[in-house]
Design a protein around this ligand. Structure first.
Ligand code: NAD
Length: 238
């Protein structure tokens, strides 16, 4: 993919699932990857996996200190929160989900954009979800946070388009990661039920999301900004 090699990328939530797959894909394409996560053990595992594959990554706070600039950011860290009907949702669950999934993206954008402007521009991809376009029962804070990510993405794209920063979002459908494994542990029929409800007849693979984020960062998507890319096997087209 063009325009990735030797550039500096930060990936949040890189210890697991989609973030881990994306960090690996960036490194395979020759980017220098800063893998950020609250789970330091998992983050180190990602860095080792990237190094084993011949890439370069460092589990550090910022790309700028280490590599002197920032070209790409994948704001992907997120949690599902507790499953409860809306009237039973506790304040602390609401606050934690909104803080990590929505405020986390805001804080990421606020830190990343100035670093990119200093460097002549850059590309940001935010992870929303199909729960950012349709509702799901039992996870109202998650649904609200993922809808919010779309608004932030569009606002940032408008504000910084002329200065060379592109900002897009992805809407993954159900992707087989530890987050989905946790849901499936509570509801063993879930994966089969979702597969049946998906036009492509299966759930997604984290690498399929990593490839889409990589494409949005590449020169192949040079006129794409403020966009939300659905990667869900056709689920929300029904
Ligand atoms: N798996 C899916 O089906 C699916 C679908 C749509 C959207 N998403 C979104 O994709 C993103 C990644 O999900 P996943 O399925 O890979 O989940 P996951 O649980 O496998 O990975 C999430 C990672 O984020 C990290 N994290 C959590 N809070 C953090 C914080 N405050 N700071 C830094 N890192 C933090 C975790 O430690 C973990 O490594 C999330 O934003 C999720 O909402 C997932």
């Amino acid at each position: 993919m063009s325009g990735i090699q030797n550039w500096v990328a930060i990936v949040t939530g890189a210890s697991s699932g989609i973030g881990r797959a994306d960090a690996r894909r960036f490194a395979e394409e020759g980017a220098r990857v800063v893998a950020a996560d609250v789970d330091a053990d998992g983050g180190s595992g990602t860095v080792e996996a990237i190094r084993d594959a011949g890439g370069e990554a460092t589990f550090v706070e910022t790309a700028v200190d280490r590599y002197g600039g920032l070209d790409f950011a994948f704001n992907n860290a997120g949690i599902e929160g507790h499953n409860d009907s809306l009237a039973d949702q506790a304040d602390d669950n609401w606050e934690r989900v909104i803080d990590i999934n929505l405020k986390g993206v805001f804080l990421g954008l606020r830190a990343e954009i100035p670093a990119m402007l200093d460097d002549g521009g850059g590309v940001i991809v935010n992870t929303s979800s199909i729960a950012g376009v349709v509702g799901f029962q039992g996870v109202s804070p998650y649904v609200a946070s993922k809808h919010g990510v779309i608004g932030l993405t569009k606002a940032a794209a408008l504000e910084y388009g002329r200065e060379g920063v592109r900002v897009n979002a992805i809407w993954p459908g159900v992707i087989e990661t530890p987050m989905v494994d946790r849901a499936a542990a509570a509801n063993p029929e879930m994966i089969e039920a979702v597969s049946e409800a998906t036009p492509m007849g299966r759930v997604g693979d984290p690498e399929e999301i990593g490839d889409a984020a990589l494409w949005l960062c590449s020169d192949d998507a040079s006129f794409v900004t403020g966009e939300t890319l659905v990667i869900d096997g056709g689920y929300v087209s029904q």
